[in-house]
Ligand binder design. Structure first.
Ligand code: ADP
Ligand code: MG
Length: 246
């Protein structure tokens, strides 16, 4: 079939996500958009992965399927041995709630709640969360916890969103263009927060970006083009977030 690269386990590290033959086709009237054309992918515990590709290459579609926000047209996904494909709505909701921290380009904070209250919204429904104050401390915003989103910069709001994502101690952190709305200096601060969290928790961390400058901080870079994985590279010595430039 296609000549795409098959990205599978090279070592014994625990496989967290295993995707096989994922396709996603959107049908809009007469038009079919093939957002994913057969993706095979293993992501391991503790990895820091950057999923790199141009706009429209299928990155968000793939991440949303891994995170249980969307379902593929065909193919299989498991997370920690549990099948996401074919799981019912209740099981997918529980999976998202307990196992996945999401960070999106736009922070999706509730404007009428303080930083602390925004984080507490999630810790209130999680199983064994960290205190919201602790999550805000990890992202360097303990002093700002009683501030409202409108009183914070974009980078600070994104760090609140990251605190909210990690407060439930998720096994995986899925970030879709987390620096996409930020200038590079502020973006680096956000990436430093993600780096610190990864080092502290060891959570499998996946960052989607169209920005090749971010790829240097990853253990592994997976290149997506036109709905397929076309290349993969490992960084023997990932750069620190503070060394990144774009
Ligand atoms: P990326 O995140 O890499 O920019 P996406 O996964 O968002 O790419 O999109 C991949 C392709 O699927 C694009 O052509 C996009 O227009 C299309 N697409 C994404 N979501 C939808 C949708 N809900 N309905 C129709 N087409 C979609
Ligand atoms: Mg996208």
């Amino acid at each position: 079939m296609s000549a795409q690269t098959v990205v599978v386990a090279e070592d014994d590290a625990e496989v967290v996500f295993r995707a096989r033959g994922l396709t996603k086709t959107y049908t809009m009237g007469e038009v079919e958009v093939r957002a994913l054309r057969g993706v095979d992918l293993d992501l391991h515990a503790g990895e820091f992965v950057v999923l790199l590709g141009a706009s429209g290459s299928g990155k968000s579609t793939l991440l949303n399927i891994l995170g249980g926000l969307d379902i593929p047209t065909s193919g299989e996904v498991t997370c920690q041995g549990h099948r996401l494909t074919g799981a019912g709505d209740d099981a997918l909701t529980a999976f998202r709630r307990e196992s996945v921290g999401f960070v999106f380009q736009f922070y999706n904070l509730i404007p009428s709640l303080t930083a602390l209250e925004n984080v507490a919204l999630v810790t209130d429904i999680a199983d064994s969360p960290m205190p919201p104050e602790e999550a805000l401390e990890i992202v360097g915003l303990k002093e700002r916890m009683h501030h409202f989103p409108a009183q914070m910069s974009g980078g600070e709001q994104q760090r609140v969103a990251i605190a909210r994502a990690i407060a439930k101690r998720p096994a995986v952190l899925l970030c879709d263009e987390p620096t996409g709305a930020l200038d590079s200096r502020t973006g680096v601060l956000v990436l430093q927060a993600l780096e610190r969290i990864h080092e502290a928790t060891g959570a499998l961390t996946v960052i989607i970006t169209h920005n090749a400058g971010i790829a240097d901080m990853a253990d592994r870079v997976i290149h997506l083009s036109d709905g397929a994985i076309v290349d993969e590279q490992r960084n023997a010595q990932p750069k620190r977030a503070e060394e990144l430039k774009w």
